[in-house]
Design a protein around this ligand. Structure first.
Ligand SMILES: Nc1ncnc2c1ncn2[C@@H]1O[C@H](COP(=O)(O)OP(=O)(O)OP(=O)(O)O)[C@@H](O)[C@H]1O
Ligand SMILES: [Mg+2]
Length: 339
């Protein structure tokens, strides 16, 4: 349904050209959930916005690549054609549910406007549809809530409303950029459950963007790991978690708390800072921070290598070298703890 080919997005800033998305290729099949993970600043939001052509131009330019959505290259479409696709075929929800709703209009009016912008429908039918959507996203007593203003809703309920607005036209693809980051953990879990239910009911494909690997584990069929504007590992969720093949992903996973691990085991943060995207390092972008680094990594910029089953990783180490290095590091750490 969606195929992104070798996409580059540059941002022209006072300090130089930021290569926010630097040659990214991936696809999303109908009805599938794809997770995009990576540290802050890795280019996740710029990539998501480029799928709907929402990056402001300038500073954004698209020097290379294609975004093929149902046989059309979105980079070739005019604003008028794009407007038809946004909301109708591809919808997006954002991190902060308050700033995405208009504080001076009632929830019901905002929902009905979303419905009627894309479908010609009487006011009464739009109201019925709005009620049905609010029910679908789990808002209790939806009839009376239609007349409320956004500030009368809690953060979790606002996010539910935004999901309802996004679903108003039954999009084929829903892009969710950190949809649960602003919410507390229990509400976060409810919103994730809701997204799963919605996918079952409507068959919507979902791209979920997050820096939280736990969210991805719950929701995604496949995962793309981003680092400094590139995809550095890609695969089905199980392979990313249990057959990690790229040191950056391994480091990300180790920075997560786990219930089944020894309580004396400390969380391992990733040392150093993400690279400057104006002037990235020579060789592998992750090499200055990589615990597996070899001399060759400082020279060779690794491309994604196929590891079978759609699993790809950008690392010059072979599978056996990678495993060997991983065990060495773990042994050194274990000795450190024992001493
Ligand atoms: N409007 C802008 N002008 C200049 N630079 C920008 C702009 N928007 C983003 N960037 C830069 O582009 C890079 C990618 O940013 P992006 O927002 O995509 O990161 P992200 O992965 O979504 O991070 P986060 O997890 O914090 O949301 C960063 O280096 C950021 O500083
Ligand atoms: Mg972001």
């Amino acid at each position: 349904m969606l195929e992104v080919k070798n996409l580059k997005v540059h941002l022209d800033t006072a300090s130089g050209i930021v290569k926010a998305v630097d040659g990214v290729s991936f696809h999303v099949k109908a009805g599938e959930t794809v997770g995009i993970v990576g540290e802050s600043g890795s280019g996740k939001s710029v990539l998501a916005h480029s799928l709907m052509q929402l990056n402001p131009v300038p500073p954004a330019t698209y020097p290379q690549g294609e975004i093929i959505f149902e046989n059309r290259n979105l980079l070739d479409l005019k604003e008028k054609e794009l407007r038809k696709i946004r909301g109708n075929e591809i919808a997006m929800i954002f991190q902060d549910p308050m700033s995405s709703l208009n504080p001076v209009f009632k929830i019901g009016n905002q929902l009905m406007e979303a419905i009627r912008t894309h479908q010609s429908m009487s006011r009464q039918n739009a109201e019925e549809k709005a009620l049905e959507l609010l029910k679908d996203v789990g808002i209790p007593d939806p009839k009376s809530r239609l007349n409320d203003y956004p500030h009368q809703f809690s953060g979790g309920m606002r996010q539910r409303v935004l999901i309802a607005i996004a679903l108003a036209c039954q999009p084929k693809l829903l892009i969710a950029d950190e949809p649960t980051t602003a919410l507390d953990v229990t509400i976060q879990a409810q919103i994730l459950e809701l997204m799963k239910d919605i996918q079952k009911k409507y068959g919507t494909a979902i791209i979920i963007i997050t820096h939280d690997l736990g969210v991805v584990a719950q929701l995604a069929d496949r995962v793309l790991v981003m680092y400094s504007g590139r995809i550095v590992e890609e695969g089905i969720t199980g392979d990313i978690f249990y057959h990690t093949s790229m040191p950056y992903t391994w480091s990300l996973l180790r920075s997560l708390p786990r219930l089944d691990s020894d309580i004396h085991q400390r969380l391992k943060s990733i040392q150093g800072q993400p690279p400057n995207l104006v002037d990235p390092p020579k060789g592998c972008n992750f090499s200055p921070r990589c615990p597996f680094v070899t001399e060759q990594c400082l020279e060779v910029d690794p491309s994604l290598v196929d590891r079978g089953n759609g699993h790809r990783a950008a690392c010059i180490l072979s599978e056996s070298e990678y495993e060997e290095r991983k065990h060495e590091i773990q042994d050194i750490e274990r000795e450190g703890v024992e001493q």
